[in-house]
Design a protein around this ligand. Structure first.
Ligand code: UDX
Ligand code: UDX
Ligand code: ADP
Length: 483
């Protein structure tokens, strides 16, 4: 029986291993983490992450061939294949601060693997890491491992998106495995290929060299983020000219060379990957003396930041240039629908912008708790990935004066001057907006950062409506936002 151990029971490690266990009943899969509450969560009825379909997968194989444990050393020692899926935050201090990946957790995981291994192992990079990390890990393993124990390192980046993780893992567009072009390297690639081949068609499993695999992950995320910044840049021009970004995106996406997906204009992209991976790419380019390439990718982030601040400016300028003391309802806080994840969510920057202008913010999200919102709004940029080094920038008491998290959208909108939609949850499409309008101050504003509502219908109710990249109300034309 092949034994797999995965270090890191997070958004990537948890679902990926659960699906491997489901699809490969003859493989024992143990997911280990240093965080006791995380492991307790995975062993409970309420999993630590919300992901449609995941409960069902875990229920089918937990206790059979899927286990969650804090006994890191024992399970790593026993495994044939060790996946490493630990956090790789952005450095907040020192060389490359604000850009480079912090590999502290990776290095300590690698040293630990070397310490506890008494048999040969395949070590698989699962979390996104800078190009050439595999080389560094190989060196650590080679110099610290017990005599006679051999390690093969593979890069097997994960492309799942949150909210559709189970679906993506069941039917991936591709599985990428990078390894050394040596007999041992090729054998390791084959061993991992055999695991995926139990449910993924062979032609979707791609083998490359280590550096191509590592760079493909950074490049794929950069391309995806670039599409969103491209459509968001066009959305600003649409508002200025009277074009409609959904019509433009539809027409552009009909070109088979471009394709229709990932062209939805928004208040900005979020999530743990896009910004972090691009910053990392930028840093790598700078290190290799490629400033033009670095500058090209940096613009993707600049447009994303611009889109978020443009949204806040639009809210404030529309409401007579002041939101001080006004209640603003925020619908949606997660970085996208169908997840409770708030890492790098545009809602953080929008809420901080509104709070900076002294608004009173009332937030509703179907999956995000009040404690999570409080943590996010009190945190510095990039701190979310450094759980042990949190430095709150706003005290809980100050926050409570300006922010409330409420259990439904109607309560959020009661006595509010404006509603901001920041996540595209399906339920926001079918809310009773007339009921909300009746309970709000007039003029009642709605700012749709995800294009989920029909502006014409809401205007009929009486709202002043702003929707990203859509033709502006006369009201908004009279109150231009300064970006
Ligand atoms: C992304 C990649 O899609 C995935 O392949 C990789 O493994 C991890 O990073 P994820 O961040 O989970 O996945 O979600 P994704 O669906 O890519 O959305 C990222 C952000 O872009 C979200 O904030 C989303 O709302 C936004 N987005 C997405 C848009 O604004 N417009 C779109 O058209 C698509
Ligand atoms: C382009 C558009 O494709 C077409 O829809 C529009 O109507 C006019 O502009 P064209 O300029 O004739 O058409 O050729 P195209 O095939 O798009 O190539 C443009 C340039 O891009 C060429 O120099 C081509 O060599 C280059 N190219 C194209 C690449 O370098 N790499 C590619 O993957 C594709
Ligand atoms: P991702 O989104 O990439 O899955 P997460 O931050 O959700 O990242 O998960 C990473 C997990 O890795 C965390 O639960 C963290 O506790 C765990 N972790 C970090 N370092 C180690 C380590 N040395 N040993 C075991 N677990 C670790």
């Amino acid at each position: 029986m092949v034994k797999i151990c995965c270090i890191g029971a997070g958004y990537v490690g948890g679902p990926t291993m659960a699906v491997i266990a489901l699809k490969c009943p003859s493989i024992e899969v143990v997911v280990v983490d240093i965080s006791e509450p995380r492991i307790a969560g995975w062993n409970s009825e309420r999993l630590p992450i919300y992901e449609p379909g995941l409960d069902d997968v875990v229920r089918q194989c937990r206790g059979r061939n899927l286990f969650f444990s804090t006994e890191v050393h024992r399970h790593v020692g026993d495994a044939d294949i060790v996946f490493v899926s630990v956090n790789t935050p952005t450095k907040t201090c020192g060389l490359g601060a604000g850009k480079a990946a912090d590999l502290t957790y990776w290095e300590s995981a690698a040293r630990m693997i070397a310490d506890v291994s008494r048999s040969d192992k395949i070590v698989v990079e699962k979390s996104t890491v800078p190009v050439k990390t595999a080389e560094a890990i190989e060196k650590i393993l080679a110099h610290n491992g017990a005599r006679g124990v051999r390690f093969q390192i593979l890069s097997n980046p994960e492309f799942l998106a949150e909210g559709t993780a189970v679906q993506d893992l069941f039917a991936p567009d591709r599985v990428l495995i990078g390894g050394r072009d040596t007999p041992e390297g090729r054998a390791a690639v084959r061993a991992l290929r055999d695991v995926y081949a139990r449910w993924v068609p062979e032609d979707r499993i791609i083998a490359t060299n280590l550096w191509s695999a590592e760079l493909s992950k950074l490049a794929a995320n950069a391309f995806l983020a670039q599409r969103i910044s491209s459509v968001n840049a066009i959305s600003a021009l649409c508002e200025a000219t009277g074009a409609d970004v959904t019509q433009v995106a539809h027409s552009v996406g009909k070109d088979a060379r471009i394709g229709p997906r990932f062209l939805a204009a928004s208040v900005g992209f979020g999530g743990s990957c896009f910004q972090k991976d691009i910053l990392n790419l930028v840093y790598i380019c700078e290190c290799y003396g490629l400033p033009e390439v670095a500058g090209y990718w940096r613009e993707v982030i600049r447009i994303n930041d611009y889109q978020k601040s443009r949204f806040v400016n639009r809210v404030v300028s529309s409401m007579f240039n002041t939101v001080a003391g006004k209640k603003v309802a925020v619908l949606g806080f997660a970085f996208k629908k169908d997840t409770g994840d708030t890492r790098e969510t545009p809602a953080i920057d929008v809420c901080k912008g509104l709070l900076g202008d002294k608004a009173v913010v009332s937030i509703y999200d179907p999956q995000v708790t009040g404690e999570q919102v409080a943590r996010d709004l009190a945190m510095n940029k990039f701190d979310w990935d450094h759980p042990r080094h949190l430095q709150p920038v706003m005290s809980a008491t100050d926050l409570a004066k300006q922010v409330a998290v409420v259990p439904d959208a109607y309560e959020a909108a009661r006595d509010a001057h404006a509603v901001c939609i920041l996540t595209e949850w399906d339920e926001f499409r079918t809310l009773d907006y007339k009921r909300m309008f009746d309970a709000m101050h007039k003029p009642a504003f709605i700012f749709d950062g995800r294009n989920v509502i029909d502006p014409a219908k809401l205007r009929d109710i009486g709202f002043v409506v702003y929707a990203i990249g859509k033709p502006l109300d006369d009201w908004l034309k009279d109150m231009p936002a300064v970006a």
